[in-house]
Write a protein that binds this ligand. Structure first.
Ligand SMILES: [Zn+2]
Length: 119
């Protein structure tokens, strides 16, 4: 359970104390989040190889679809908006949460392969 909590906090899967990302990026300045190559504390290699995070795109896709379905249902239930207004709201939401999705999908990807390595 603590490793799930560490995943949500963005901690290293090995020591669960250091952050995987050293900057969260800034959406308004078009800066993407920066990730450590290795954990500062336990020297765990976070970026395994070139192209390792290609699979994280699929995780990100799943996150975005789930978030958009939930947001669409909330917008439909609470507000009386036209389809165009809902669409604009969803596009804005995707833009605003893109940095979070980028970081969280990579962290999930790291945790998937860390746990598989242990078993
Ligand atoms: Zn570590």
């Amino acid at each position: 359970m603590s490793s799930v909590l560490s995943m949500f906090k963005g901690k290293c899967p090995s020591c669960e104390s250091e952050n995987v990302f050293h900057s969260k990026g800034n959406l308004m300045l078009f800066k993407i989040p920066k990730m450590e190559d290795r954990c500062k504390k336990c020297n765990y290699k976070l970026n395994k190889e070139t192209g390792f995070f290609t699979g994280a795109m699929y995780v990100c896709y799943g996150l975005v679809v789930a978030e958009l379905i939930m947001l669409y249902l909330v917008l439909s239930a609470i507000f009386e908006l036209s389809l165009l207004q809902k669409y604009i709201g969803l596009v804005l939401a995707v833009f605003l949460i893109s940095s979070f999705n980028f970081r969280f999908s990579r962290i999930i990807w790291i945790y998937i392969f860390h746990k598989n390595k242990l078993s």
